[in-house]
Design a protein around this ligand. Structure first.
Ligand code: ADP
Ligand code: MG
Length: 340
């Protein structure tokens, strides 16, 4: 019933940033090349995500908001599942239970646009809508019908910080997607979507940071733990390959949120990765300072466990120390190349 639905929703939709995350993932899954996120009041008043992806027909729209429906197939050990874990086919349905949700969509392949509204779980009728190809999802008054949940929201500034972090991570992970963030009528950043990581970093972090970044080796790979001497299969796939950009040791911040790691394209947090990055600087960092880093770590999908904590984006690796070595070595080499 509606109460159960609302309680369940509170556990998975924690704050505006969780809504933003789910909507961006849907846009990326829909093959968007442009994603625009517009929030008001830190996201507590409204969140709007527009994309130029494949879009939906009227029938797709109806299906999209049903419980446990998904047009996507995902397997448990697929890293794709990280973002939607515990949420498979549930995001729109769940968000619609605790907000006023409107979806407008028009298939990119042709056909007319439609819209569908849900208010506190009450699903309206699909109506024709004059919208451009792609999809716009608008979420207003999050938790308006769950006061206990709403009470846990922080100030608009804090909620916006969380939103900003989420959009930033997706923008960095997808340099080929033009990503724009607006808050209370002001543009916060806008990436070009030209596929270039450096210009993406320039757009989100600014010139000072962008000009201090050092390229980390394409395909720095190391063999699986043990190596040939230990009788490991010499043809086995490497444990990890590492690429991306890290900052000069003097360009740092007090917070660790500028140290971004992506495993197989998905944003993750893992203390083993963070410590490997810090290690690579070998005491060159001032205490309690963190470098900027945007690092892509590729591992075989079966070498990583994404089920540690669905909401917090934590992962664990089968061969932790080998992955740490790969990260540390790649960054160390990049810094040495620059004489650092
Ligand atoms: P999931 O993403 O796990 O499938 P959601 O509730 O997030 O579940 O979305 C339900 C369905 O709605 C998706 O499977 C997809 O078919 C459709 N959908 C949602 N957002 C979009 C979008 N931005 N563009 C196209 N289709 C979408
Ligand atoms: Mg989804």
């Amino acid at each position: 019933d509606a109460t159960v639905r609302r309680i369940a929703a509170g556990e998975v939709v924690e704050r505006p940033a969780s809504v933003v995350k789910e909507l961006i993932e849907n846009s990326l899954d829909a093959d968007a090349s442009r994603v625009t996120v517009v929030v008001e009041g830190g996201g507590t008043e409204s969140v709007r995500v527009r994309d130029d992806g494949v879009g939906m027909t009227a029938a797709d729209l109806e299906r999209a908001v049903e419980e446990h429906t998904t047009s996507k197939i995902s397997s448990g050990d697929d890293l794709e599942a990280v973002g939607t874990l515990g949420f498979r086919g549930e995001a729109l349905h769940t968000i619609g239970a605790v907000s006023r949700l409107t979806i407008r969509s028009r298939p990119r392949s042709g056909g007319r646009g439609h819209e569908l509204a849900i208010e506190g779980g009450d699903v309206g009728e699909v109506q024709p809508s004059g919208c451009p190809p792609g999809t716009v999802v608008e979420v207003e008054d999050l938790f308006y019908n769950t006061p206990a949940r709403k009470k846990f929201l922080k100030t608009e500034t804090t909620e916006f910080d969380h939103v900003n972090r989420v959009v930033t991570q997706y923008a960095l992970a997808n340099p080929d997607v033009a990503t724009t963030l607006e808050h209370d009528g002001r543009e916060v950043f806008s990436t070009e979507g030209n596929g270039d990581l450096e210009s993406t970093i320039l757009a989100v972090y600014g010139r000072e940071v962008a000009s201090s970044m050092v390229g980390v080796g394409e395909g720095s790979t190391i063999p699986p733990e043990g190596g040939e001497a230990a009788g490991a299969d010499p043809d086995a796939a490497p444990v990890a390959s590492v690429s991306g950009l890290v900052s000069h040791p003097e360009t740092t911040r007090a917070g660790r949120e500028y140290l971004s790691t992506f495993v197989n394209g998905r944003y993750v947090t893992a203390s083993v990765l963070r410590e490997a990055v810090l290690d690579a600087y070998g005491g060159q960092l001032a205490s309690d300072r963190y470098p900027f880093a945007v690092l892509f770590v590729e591992v075989p999908p079966d070498a990583v466990d994404v089920n540690v904590h669905p909401r917090k984006m934590e992962v664990r690796f089968d061969e932790e120390s080998a992955v740490a070595d790969a990260v540390r070595t790649a960054i160390r080499e990049a810094l040495l190349d620059e004489g650092l």
